[in-house]
Design a protein around this ligand. Sequence first.
Ligand code: ZN
Length: 247
Amino acid sequence: MAERNRIGVLGDLHSNLSALEATLGLLGAEGVGEILCVGDVVGYGPRPNEVCAILRERNIQAVAGNHDWALLGKLALDYFNPYAREALEWTRGQISRENRDWLESLPLRLDTEEWCLFHGCLPRPEDFDYLQSIPAAEKAFEDFNAPIGFFGHTHLPMTFLRAAEEEALKWHFEPDWTLLRGDRALVNVGSPGQPRDENPLAPALVYSPDSGRVQLLRAPYPIAREQALIRKAGLPTVLGDRLQHGI
Ligand code: ZN
């Protein structure tokens, strides 16, 4: 039997078109069919419309993140630090009607038999809590049925693993591992748009439902180009500076 399509999952894109293009190139070379995005499509970066347009054209299934919701006025701007707020205000002035409508159409979670997709945390994705502890992961596992759930929000790639054979949850940072039958995982796919794991390369996750293999690949991209566009747009320069350090 031929292997079913492998699935690509992208994290917080944050209007970074160069990083998005690099990760899509990587996923294309891997022969990935379906692509998912855990949200925070916009915010921070200089090309919100271009990033939205690619996701729409390629039929990438996405959920809404907190920056997407704030752009739409569904979340108060005082939730954000001053740089994020300034970038969101700038983005509000840039975003096209079509892209705004598309962002408005994004759900907070998507569930299939094979996977679950959300931005921050379950069971209340609209709270945008950070999923970064064992107790939070315990609760999140109870709120979906698929073997694997993908999320983002912290911009730190990592995995919570609920092994069928073991009582206690574990977490790990492995970039290439296999989900065994009966085991379940919650996988933070990292952020191409603004990595914060001290690795400036843009991450892209590949999941193979048949074999259970989970790979976090990293793509180089022209960081200087995004930094120049951030300066040109008048966005806070710190948003460009941090890209080259992955912080
Ligand atoms: Zn984010």
